[in-house]
Design a protein around this ligand. Structure first.
Ligand code: TIU
Length: 233
């Protein structure tokens, strides 16, 4: 059945804690920090002492999610956690925290750690943005803090957000909570997000959907593919 250009197409997705209904024309994907610095050896994630290999499977599913969004014309935003070369947007507390082998701004095998424009801060190639997709460079964990994301979402009448990326309990959860407080209906794609700590991922998913979806919904990518097959349009 053909659909008038102005009609909103609704999708009903099996999700927890209950089905998620989204209007495609008012939904955006926020793909969070799928950068070499978190996903590949030699970057920020590894210098913090983490096993970055744990994130590889989520990259594959995230690619499937991106393809699905692109096919349906859903707006795509990519965020990257990165700082200015002079570190003017990096709080001293953030740079000094812990005892990493390399600190933010130090030279590493993929360039200076977590510095915008360096190879390590760029996206992994399979998740590179396409022309027309928006890249948000953020100095913090949450994608709304000190960025134009909120203004851009408002300007494009976005009401529903799909979230994915790394790491689940750090930048993804922070961003989802920021978005929830701003009134967005948020769903986290369970298998397109990952943590260096499986127990933290599990706890985050549970926290999000507890209490009737106090932060939002979760669902695997397969739920979206099934919902699309069943859609009346
Ligand atoms: N360390 C960790 O788990 N995450 C971050 O530092 N940033 C993001 O989650 N992107």
């Amino acid at each position: 059945m053909s659909t008038p250009a102005t009609a909103v197409q609704w999708l009903d997705v099996a999700a927890a804690p209950y089905p998620f209904r989204l209007p495609l024309q008012h939904t955006a994907l926020i793909m969070i920090d799928m950068q070499r610095d978190f996903i590949l050896p030699g970057g920020f994630g590894e210098t913090l002492g983490n096993d970055v290999a744990r994130l590889a499977d989520a990259v594959k599913v995230a690619r499937g999610l991106l393809d699905w969004c692109r096919h349906l014309g859903i707006s795509v935003f990519h965020t990257k956690e990165a700082h200015a070369a002079d570190l003017s947007d990096c709080p001293t507390a953030k740079r000094n925290r812990g005892a990493p082998a390399l600190r933010i701004g130090d030279p590493g095998p993929m360039g200076r750690i977590l510095i915008d424009g360096e190879a390590g801060s760029d996206f992994v190639p399979e998740l590179a943005p396409l022309p027309g997709e928006t890249v948000i460079v953020k100095p913090g964990k949450g994608a709304f803090y000190a960025t134009a994301l909120g203004d851009l979402l408002r300007a494009t009448d976005i009401t529903h957000l799909l979230l994915a990326g790394v790491t689940t309990e750090v930048c993804v959860q922070t961003t989802m909570r920021e978005a929830n407080d701003r009134g967005y209906e948020c769903l986290l794609i369970e298998d397109a997000t990952e943590s260096y700590f499986p127990e933290f991922k599990a706890a985050t998913l549970a926290m999000i959907r507890a209490q009737g979806g106090i932060v939002g919904w979760t669902a695997p990518l397969s739920a979206f593919l099934t919902a699309t097959e069943k859609a009346p349009w």
